[in-house]
Ligand binder design. Sequence first.
Ligand code: 3PG
Ligand code: MG
Length: 415
Amino acid sequence: MQKRPPFQIFYRSSKMNLNDIVKMQDINLDNKNVVVRVDYNVPIKDGKVDNPKRIAATEKTIKYLLSKGCRVVLMSHLGRPKGKPSAEFSLAPVAPEVEKIMGVKVYFAKDCIGPEAQTVVNAAKKGEIVLLENLRFHPEEEANDKAFARKLASYGEVFVQDAFGTVHRAHASTSAITEFLPSAAGFLIQKEVEFLGGALETPKRPFAAIIGGAKVSDKIMVLNSLLNKVNVLIIGGGMAYTFIKAMGRTVGTSLLEADKIEEAKSIMASAKAKGVNFLLPVDHICAKEFADDVATITTEGADIPDGYMGLDIGPKTIKIFEEALAPCKTVFWNGPVGVFEMASYAKGSFAIAKTLVGLTKGGAVTVIGGGDSLNVLKKAKIPGNEVSHASTGGGASMEFVEGKELPGLTALLKK
Ligand code: 3PG
Ligand code: MG
């Protein structure tokens, strides 16, 4: 008899696939009252939505529901208000933005449960939208509380999950609610799973990943997971300096996680053993301070002189990365390769973004995950539709690629 593989291996091989989950178009929604979990955790500036991308990303789902004659009750969190109401984290500024994008009346309920919410929900007609106040004003949301979930479920006959950015959380509105209503994935969830699951699980090759960001410790899981899949692994950003140090180079005052040097060595050894083309920066833009308006130097090689910190990849590195990416048919990018928020250190990340746009035009599948990489696109004035898929999930897209179980998706599995 065949031995059952140990749990870990069994789990890793049972990847989430689009065919595994219930899709909204597969259930009858005609004239139904539908509760939709969205991720409208968007940046608010001076009382206005600063970036409506996550709202626009749910347009297809919501307009589909409206076209079926549904009454749509939207619920979301915003920020981390820690179980208490607060003006700072109110979803009120989001309502006019939803109205603008969806083109129908949006009623805002000043609480997500209780008589206030009930009155607003009751008043809304089919073909109209209600937006409930921040779910996280109640501690029961993050506690995945069943009684709270039942109250949210009472607004509808069907639950549609479209908050991809939040599916890595087991909360009342992503997990417990599915025990009370027939539940299905919206179009945004489907698109995310199609790209992060399908395109990256069975990639056209060569397959490259570019991983940046500040810390190695945040990315160890994803690096180890990607090493089993990619042909090329490119490292940039603050985390690169720990790898550079691990190679015996000098890093000056750059970001360094001294306790992760051994981990960096083992990742590099694993890349070598698996035949992955592992690329680190070979030159850097450096400064003496973490500031934009100071003198910068470009190093000759990978070493960073005393008193200087690396803040972006240099021109030789940009060329090497571009050449390595040129033949690739699938590219996944998570994390900027420099401090792109400051103009002096944005060149490297902009170059990566432009390379991905070019590859997309040439037919490659390009997937970007993580809020920071998306902000690079925004800053470089590149529309999200110039890459194959710009994920709306930061932590969620990362955990998906790591192969972790996402409770919000597990809750949508076909029974
Ligand atoms: C996000 O922006 O990362 C999601 O909305 C999830 O928010 P959280 O990290 O506070 O759970
Ligand atoms: Mg987060």
